[in-house]
Design a protein around this ligand. Structure first.
Ligand SMILES: Nc1ncnc2c1ncn2[C@@H]1O[C@H](COP(=O)(O)OP(=O)(O)OP(=O)(O)O)[C@@H](O)[C@H]1O
Length: 279
């Protein structure tokens, strides 16, 4: 499978908010991280992809038309009824998914230390999230779509889950779309990043190439003032100096060999793009 997901010029207009001309693709065997501030349109894009919401323009192709039964979806809230016991979630889903693997579900319950006899309403937020992830993986999907799925988890569990995602991706026919505010998670595991800002794709590309094309500058105000504004994505001036995110890092370094750049993080890309005082 060349692409697990291909979205071309997707538009969804709610009136007060619009997702505009969003395009991205997820090649098989890879993970794409969808980042963006609250209300940027991440869940809307995911819902259009899953067909939960209709879209107004553009094209959405999932698993080359294989169908949504091959998609494991983990929403930001636990989708199971409060009164169900954990083990009953498995019995219920075995009737929903043809490829449901009960043994795999039991394996994940043990691995994630989820008590089979507890009711959903008795689980903590992190436990509910782990249950949703276990359920999504246990019908052996080809595409996993997770909307803020790691946000309620402690760092140790997050790390375990990220390892699970990496194991899932060892099959070239599998792919993951993960939306998260926790950019450090995405930085660890994503191959591709799409940054949505106010409904539009602001930054998009292969993560390593993207991070290498930007640089973070820490310098005195006088140094910042001599930098050509075309390099500046955003900057902040503080009491003890300035910080800026610059683009086209190789050209910047040729133009200003005396100004050292640090490697930026995905969080820097988000913060400076949206909050920099020069754009
Ligand atoms: N069904 C709807 N009708 C009208 N507006 C909607 C609907 N669903 C979402 N919106 C609006 O679309 C915008 C984007 O919401 P969305 O949930 O996609 O953002 P998000 O990036 O997932 O945010 P968060 O990180 O806070 O979950 C918001 O302004 C929201 O109010």
């Amino acid at each position: 499978m060349e692409y697990a997901v291909k979205i071309d010029h997707l538009t969804k207009d709610f009136g007060s908010f619009a997702l505009e001309d969003v395009s991205f693709a997820i090649p098989g065997g890879t993970i794409l991280g969808l980042i963006g501030e609250n209300g940027a349109g991440k869940s809307t894009a995911i819902k259009c992809l899953l067909g939960v919401l209709s879209h107004d323009a553009g094209e959405v192709q999932v698993l080359e038309g294989e169908g949504l039964t091959e998609v494991g979806y983990v929403p930001d809230e636990c989708p199971f009824a409060d009164a169900l016991k954990v083990k009953q979630v498995g019995s219920f889903l075995s009737g929903v998914f043809a490829k449901w693997d009960g043994a795999l579900f039991t394996h994940y319950l043990e691995k994630f230390e989820l008590p089979a006899d507890k009711k959903v309403k008795e689980l903590s937020r992190g436990m509910k999230m782990k249950l949703s992830i276990a359920a999504a993986l246990s019908h052996r999907p080809k595409l996993l779509v997770l909307d803020e799925a790691t946000s309620g988890l402690d760092p140790v569990v997050r790390d375990e889950i990220l390892d699970e995602f990496m194991a899932f991706l060892s099959d070239e026919d599998h792919a993951i779309l993960l939306s998260s505010h926790i950019t450090s998670d995405l930085e660890k595991i994503c191959d591709y990043v799409v940054y949505l800002h106010k409904g539009k794709v602001t930054i998009s590309g292969a993560k390593d190439e993207l991070l290498a094309s930007y640089g973070k500058l820490s310098c005195a105000r006088a140094d910042l003032e001599r930098v050509d504004g075309r390099f500046l994505v955003g900057s902040r001036t503080g009491e003890f100096g300035c910080q800026a995110l610059v683009k086209d890092r190789p050209a910047f370094q040729r133009a200003y060999p005396d100004l050292a750049l640090d490697a930026p993080s995905l969080e820097d890309l988000m913060i400076f793009t949206t909050r920099g005082d020069r754009t």
